[in-house]
Design a protein around this ligand. Structure first.
Ligand code: BGC
Length: 742
C-alpha cells in the first residue's frame, strides 16, 4: 500500500448521502457478502483455518479485532478495499479501555475524579493514540453498575452510581467519538455490557444475575440510555443471563428496549464467543440454534466465533431468520463505516508530531491521576508532608517501585517506559536533600515472607516518616480476576503492624483495582491515600499529593465495606421496614448469653459488625476544610416540566486552595414502590481559595424525579422530596420541596 493513496476525509459524509450509498451497496450484495460483514475476526482463529487476509479477500470478514500495528492494519484495509467483493473497508476493534500507549487511571479511578471534562479529555487522548495505529473502534466505555468489589471487572467500571456512571459514560463517548466520527483521532465507542453483567452473583465473573425488573430499569439500564443519547456508535451484549435469558439472545432488551424505546440506530456486537455460549448456558442446543437466536434478538456482529458464518445463510434460506433482519444489520454496519469516513480514507499514516502528542497525553494522564486519588484518612493532618523537614524517608512495600503494576488491567498496548513509579516520582519531587531508603520488604503483594524486615525497621526508626505502598498487582483485578477475600493479600497487614510499632508517622498509599477491605489496617496508619491503579503518571501524581503541591480532590465512586460479609453494600439502598438506627453498634463479644431474642433491636444489621461502611460513597478528604451552609430551595413547590433550584454556600475554612466535589442527593420518601434512601442527582467540582466562599447552584428538573415501575413504565409521582447537599453521601445539610400535580 502506498500511503500517498490516503485521501483526506474532507467533509464528513452527510446522513442522507450515507443512506443512499448504503442502500445501493446492500442491493448489490449477495447473502454471503452480507453475512461476511457481520463477522468480526481475529488473527489465528479464522474458521475454516485461513489467514485474516484470505478471509477478508473472500468477503467473509467485515471487521477485525486485536490487530494493532499500523502497517498490518493498512495492509488488511488494502485487501478489503482493493480485493474484496465490494471494496468495503474494515472496522478495526481493540479494547482501548483506559488509554492506549499512555495509560490513564483505571476507569474506576477516573470515576473518582467526578470530572466529566477530564474523563472526556482522557478518552480523547486514548482515541488519538489508537487512531494513529489504524484502530477505529474501541470496546469502551464499560458502564456496568458495580456494587460488588469482589468482582474483578469493577476496575473497568465507573462505580456503583447510576447518575455518575451516566454522566461519565457520555463524557467517554464524546472523547472517543469527537464531534464527528470522521474526524482524525475519532474512533467509534461501544457501551458494554448490555446489560446487568455487574450484578454477577457473589462477584464471580460471568456468574448469573438476579435483577428484579424495577432494579434493571432504575439502576442498570439508565447509563446505557445516557450513552445512547450521547450518540454511542455501538453496544456490546453481556455474557451473563438475565431472568433466564442470556443477554446475547435477549430480544426484550435488544429489540424492545434498545431499538424500540430508545431508538438506537448503531450496531450491537456480541461479546467474545458469547453466541456459541448460548448453548453452554443451556438456551440453545447447538451453534446453529445459537446463531439464529442471537440474530433474531438483534445482534449484528459476532465477535471471535463463527456461528453466523457457518449457519446464518442456511437459516435465512430455511426461513428461520428473515432476510430483512440481515439487511437491516448490514445497513447499520455499513452506515458506521461510512460515518467513520472509512470509504473516503481507509488508511492511516504516522502523524507529523508524535512527541508533542505524547507530552499532551502524559499531562492529561497526570491530571487524571491527581484528581482520581482519594484521601481516606488524615489523622492530625499528617499530610501533606513538609519536604523541607523530611531529612530521611522510609519508602516500603511491594508497590512502591512498580511502574508496570500501577497501570492496572487492560493495558495491552501500554508502553512501560512511559510509566513513572511512586518511588521515581518521589525522588524527582524531593531532590537530594532528603535521604530515601527504599525496601520492598515483600516481593509481591501476595508474599507471606518478609525480606530485609530488620533493615526496614531500622530505616523507619531513623526516618521522619514511613510511606507504605500496598495493595494488589494489576493481575488481581480485571476480567475473570475476582477475589473472594479482598483484604490486603499476603503479609501486608502484618507489615503495617510491624511498622506501626516503631511509633513513627505512617502513611499508607494503596494501589488497587477495587475497593479493598481495610478495616484491619486503617487504625494502624496515620494517613491513607487510595491511588487505585493510577496509570502511567501515577508516581508524579502521588508525589504531588503527598508533599502538598496539590490537594487531594477525588471522592469514592463506590462504597468501601468493612468486610466481605456486608456485600452488597451501596449508598442508594432501600430503607427496609426495619432500618438500623444511627446508634446501632454491635459488639458481639458483649452480648450476654441467653439474652432475650429481641434485646438487640430487631433491625437490618449484622451482629458482628457495624452496619455502616468503612468509607461511604462520595467520601474523600482534602487539605482544605470545606463547610456547607445556607441551603436554599427555590421555588418550594414545582409542577411537572419545571425546575427547582437548590443552592448552598461552600466555604473553604482551611489555609489552602483546593477543589471540592459538592454533591446533591434526593429522596422520594413516599412512592408507589419503595425508593432508595438517597440518590445522587447532581455534582460539581469547584475550586475555592482559602477563606473564600462560593454559592453553588444545582437545577433539578421534575423529570429527574421519575422512576420506573412495572407495568406503567417511567412515571412521575407528586409529593414531598427530601434534599441533601454536601461533600459525601452522608451529607446532613437538608431541605425539601414539593412536586405538585400539573
Ligand atoms: C470482554 C469484553 C472485551 C472482549 C474483547 C471479552 O472477554 O468481556 O469486554 O471487549 O473480550 O477483548
Amino acid at each position: 500500500m502506498d500511503p500517498s493513496h490516503q485521501r483526506p476525509a474532507a467533509d464528513p459524509p452527510k446522513a442522507l448521502d450515507i443512506q443512499d450509498r448504503v442502500a445501493a451497496l446492500v442491493a448489490r450484495m449477495s447473502l454471503d457478502d452480507k453475512i461476511g460483514q457481520m463477522a468480526l475476526g481475529q488473527p489465528g482463529t479464522a474458521s475454516p483455518p485461513e489467514t485474516l487476509g484470505d478471509a477478508i479477500r473472500g468477503g467473509r470478514i467485515g471487521a477485525v479485532v486485536n490487530v494493532v500495528e499500523r502497517a498490518a492494519i493498512n495492509e488488511l484495509q488494502r485487501i478489503a478495499v482493493e480485493e474484496s467483493p465490494h471494496g468495503i473497508p474494515l472496522l478495526v476493534g481493540r479494547d482501548v479501555i483506559h488509554g492506549f500507549q499512555t495509560i490513564l487511571p483505571i476507569p474506576l479511578g477516573q470515576a473518582a475524579s467526578w470530572n466529566p471534562e477530564l474523563v472526556r479529555a482522557g478518552a480523547r487522548v486514548a482515541a488519538e493514540e489508537a487512531a494513529r495505529s489504524g484502530i477505529n473502534w474501541t470496546f469502551a466505555p464499560m458502564i456496568d453498575i458495580s456494587r460488588d468489589p469482589r468482582w474483578g471487572r469493577i476496575a473497568e467500571s465507573l462505580g456503583e452510581d447510576v447518575f455518575l456512571t451516566g454522566r461519565l459514560a457520555m463524557a467517554m463517548v464524546e472523547g472517543f467519538q469527537g464531534r464527528s466520527l470522521a474526524d482524525a483521532g475519532s474512533i467509534a465507542a461501544c457501551a458494554k455490557h448490555f446489560a446487568g453483567y455487574g450484578a454477577a452473583e457473589s462477584g464471580r465473573d460471568y456468574a448469573t444475575t438476579n435483577i428484579p425488573d424495577n432494579e434493571l430499569h432504575n439502576v442498570y439500564l439508565p447509563p446505557f440510555r445516557a450513552a445512547v443519547e450521547g450518540g454511542v456508535a455501538s453496544l456490546m451484549t453481556s455474557f451473563s443471563d438475565l431472568d433466564g435469558v442470556p443477554a446475547t439472545a435477549h430480544a426484550g432488551l435488544l429489540r424492545d428496549v434498545l431499538r424500540g424505546q430508545w431508538s438506537f440506530d448503531g450496531i450491537v456486537v456480541s461479546d467474545w464467543e458469547s453466541i456459541p455460549q448460548l448453548s453452554v448456558h443451556g438456551l440453545t442446543a447447538n451453534d446453529r440454534e445459537a446463531a439464529i437466536a442471537a440474530a433474531n434478538a438483534g445482534v449484528e456482529v459476532e465477535m471471535a466465533s463463527a456461528t453466523y458464518a457457518r449457519h446464518l445463510a442456511d437459516a435465512v434460506r430455511s426461513g428461520r431468520v428473515d432476510l430483512e433482519t440481515i439487511d437491516a444489520a448490514v445497513a447499520r454496519i455499513l452506515t458506521l463505516k461510512f460515518e467513520l469516513g472509512l470509504f473516503e480514507a481507509p488508511y492511516t499514516q504516522a502523524t507529523d508530531n508524535p512527541q508533542a502528542k505524547r507530552e499532551t497525553a502524559l499531562q492529561v494522564a497526570r491530571q487524571a491521576a491527581l484528581q482520581s486519588m482519594v484521601l481516606l484518612k488524615n489523622h492530625n493532618d499528617l499530610l501533606p508532608l513538609d519536604s523541607q523537614r523530611m531529612e530521611r524517608l522510609a519508602i516500603l512495600g511491594p508497590l512502591a517501585d512498580a511502574a508496570y503494576e500501577q497501570l492496572g488491567t487492560w493495558i495491552f498496548d501500554g508502553e512501560a517506559d512511559r510509566s513513572v513509579s511512586a518511588l521515581a516520582g518521589i525522588r524527582a519531587r524531593l531532590g537530594s536533600d532528603t535521604e530515601i531508603i527504599h525496601l520492598p520488604v515483600l516481593e509481591t503483594s501476595r508474599s507471606r515472607e518478609f525480606v530485609d524486615i530488620d533493615a526496614a525497621l531500622a530505616a523507619v526508626r531513623a526516618a521522619d516518616a514511613a510511606i507504605l505502598f500496598l495493595g494488589e498487582e494489576s493481575i488481581l483485578s480485571g476480567e475473570a480476576h475476582s477475589r473472594a477475600n479482598i483484604d490486603l493479600p499476603g503479609a501486608q497487614a502484618k507489615l503495617v503492624q510491624r511498622i506501626r510499632a516503631s511509633g513513627k508517622p505512617v502513611v499508607a498509599v494503596i494501589l488497587a483495582g477495587r475497593p479493598l477491605t481495610l478495616a484491619n489496617i486503617v487504625d494502624q496508619v496515620d494517613a491513607m491515600l487510595y491511588a487505585w491503579h493510577p496509570g502511567s503518571m501515577g508516581g508524579p501524581a502521588i508525589a504531588d499529593l503527598l508533599f502538598g503541591i496539590e490537594s487531594p480532590s477525588g471522592k469514592l465512586p463506590v462504597t468501601f465495606p468493612r468486610a466481605v460479609g456486608q456485600i452488597p453494600l451501596y449508598y442508594n439502598a432501600k430503607n427496609t421496614g426495619k432500618p438500623p438506627r444511627p446508634d446501632t453498634v454491635t459488639r458481639i463479644d458483649e452480648i450476654p448469653v441467653q439474652a432475650p431474642q429481641t434485646s438487640l433491636g430487631m433491625s437490618a444489621f449484622h451482629l458482628d459488625i457495624d452496619h455502616t461502611p468503612l468509607f461511604a460513597f462520595g467520601h474523600g478528604l482534602s487539605y482544605a476544610r470545606f463547610e456547607y451552609s445556607d441551603l436554599r430551595i427555590r421555588p418550594p413547590q414545582i409542577a411537572p416540566g419545571e425546575c427547582v433550584r437548590i443552592s448552598v454556600e461552600l466555604r473553604n475554612a482551611g489555609r489552602r486552595a483546593a477543589e471540592e466535589i459538592a454533591q446533591l442527593y434526593v429522596r422520594d420518601p413516599v412512592a408507589s414502590i419503595t425508593r432508595p434512601v438517597r440518590e445522587l442527582k447532581g455534582f460539581q467540582r469547584v475550586r475555592v481559595a482559602p477563606g473564600q466562599a462560593v454559592r453553588i447552584e444545582f437545577r433539578l428538573h421534575a423529570d429527574d424525579l421519575r422512576f420506573y415501575r412495572r407495568p406503567s413504565g417511567w412515571i412521575l409521582e407528586p409529593g414531598r422530596f427530601q434534599v441533601w447537599v454536601g461533600g459525601d453521601s452522608n451529607a446532613d445539610l437538608a431541605g425539601e420541596f414539593q412536586l405538585i400535580d400539573a
